[in-house]
Write a protein that binds this ligand. Structure first.
Ligand code: LLP
Length: 432
């Protein structure tokens, strides 16, 4: 049963205490509804656990999971830092008046404009990803006569997804510098020659939707293997270790994630062990959760329309959204749970598959879900759509993008307006 599964006296699904059928009627569908208290709870679970261990930390919300001005304002209120990977994400952060010193810029192909924006607004840190960017940043800093803190992104040779992690000597990844083949050290040496760039520490990110701590622990060990050498050779001691994001959440019963404090505890314990061995000061720990902050905090509401029953094969029930607001089932075979929001207490009487309305057979949201008997106009609620739903949405078939509503203290507030058809054609120019 999903943690956002709450009902009112009418047997309707509620979110943050509000009736989802009321929200669907008020704002239309498809509609993303976020429970802001849940976002705050998730953020605090990370922040409080670091505090509990007395460890200086930055919990940087990975805004790729869901970026909007309102979302970044909540992140700011919760004292999070921010991971941005593009000028668009950085621009959104600036519009949300996010404290610049807590913004970290990522990207495997940062261009001059992005780096210039980072330097101009004096953001907290650039995560260096490749040799090309080092020279670009050096020149920009010279032009602006200023300096920049950076982390060096390394690939530790560990790739983790859910329960699996793969150890490799040379990681086949487009991100960062390889530790095993010496490129990380080469980049480090180059950065040390540039006196306007300060290497605050190392960064690694081993994957996403990870349920176990082993991968993170292996990554920490690999970082410290390198750091042991750099301490000897360069007398270098990092101020910061950034272990990236990837903390898994529950979408369906198949997912059994750890409590958020479990990940933090594992990281702190292993890092403590390593610094004691190397007789180093305990570094600041930075992490970059995206999905774990917002994933389980939202539902998407759809209106049910057509049905197609294929005897002996399958029943299809179509909704008024689909891969345009949630590409994850089509792209990753991601699984979701759903209920009929206006019939939550009705026992399931059938199994049906939820189809989107895009002109594409692969546009399916959920395969074979138990449902009560449904009619056109019923509201379907899909759980755990808070991460990588809206942020990966598209205009395929020229569907306007959905609206986003925040609910907190029994109040609903629209935070991203539904697009109009004028929005859909706004960049089109006539050829007549
Ligand atoms: N930090 C870095 C450097 C990352 O590349 C990512 C995610 C994160 C943090 C945040 O990871 P999270 O905590 O959200 O797992 N679109 C995919 C996920 C792609 C994640 C890419 N990088 C999905 O929908 O599952």
């Amino acid at each position: 049963m999903h943690e956002l599964m709450n009902t009112n006296d009418q047997g309707h699904l509620t979110i943050g205490g509000l009736d989802t059928t009321y929200l669907a009627k008020k704002y239309g569908t498809p509609l993303f509804v976020y429970d802001v208290n849940k976002i705050r709870e998730n953020a605090r679970a990370f922040v409080d656990t670091f505090e509990h261990y007395g460890v200086k930390a930055q919990v940087a919300y990975a805004s790729k999971a869901f970026s909007s001005i309102a979302m970044l304002q909540v992140a700011k209120q919760e004292k999070l830092s921010l991971d941005v990977v593009s000028q668009g994400e950085l621009y959104t952060a600036l519009q949300a008046d996010f404290p610049v010193e807590k913004i970290h810029l990522h990207g495997n192909n940062k261009n001059v404009a992005e780096l210039e924006m980072a330097v101009k607004y004096n953001i907290g840190c650039v995560v260096i990803d490749n040799f090309h960017e080092i020279e670009l940043l050096k020149d920009i800093l010279a032009n602006y006569q200023t300096e920049m803190d950076v982390l060096l992104r390394v690939t530790p040779g560990i790739e983790a997804h859910t329960h699996d992690y793969i150890l490799t000597g040379n990681e086949d990844s487009k991100f960062g510098f390889d530790l095993a083949n010496g490129q990380a050290e080469e980049a480090f040496q180059r950065l040390q020659e540039i006196d306007t760039i300060h290497v605050k520490g190392l960064h690694c990110h081993i994957g996403s939707q990870i349920f176990e701590t082993d991968g993170f622990i292996m990554a920490v060990r690999r970082l410290f293997d390198a750091l042991a050498g750099w301490k000897k050779t360069y007398h270098y001691v990092p101020q910061v270790l950034n272990l990236g994001g990837g903390f898994g959440i529950r979408y369906t019963d198949e997912d059994q994630p750890l409590a958020l404090d479990g990940y933090v505890e594992a990281l702190v314990t292993e890092i403590k062990l390593q610094v004691d061995q190397l007789e180093m000061d305990f570094p600041e720990i930075w992490i970059e959760p995206g999905r774990a902050i917002v994933g389980n905090t939202a539902v998407t509401l759809y209106t049910i329309g057509s049905k197609k029953a294929i005897p002996g094969v399958r029943d299809y029930i179509a909704v008024d959204g689909g891969m345009t607001d949630n590409i994850r089932p089509a792209l990753y075979q991601a699984k979701y749970e759903a209920v009929v929001a206006n019939k939550v207490n009705m026992p399931p009487s059938t199994t049906a598959s939820i189809a989107g309305k895009c002109c594409e057979s692969g546009d399916m949201l959920i395969w074979d879900v138990p449902l009560p008997s449904v009619e056109p106009g019923d509201i379907l609620a899909v759980f755990s759509t808070g991460a990588y739903g809206y942020s990966m949405s598209s205009h395929y078939n020229r569907f306007p993008k959905a609206a986003v509503v925040f609910v907190e203290d029994m109040q609903d507030k629209i935070v991203i307006q539904r697009e109009t058809y004028q929005d859909v054609v706004k960049n089109d120019l006539s050829y007549e």
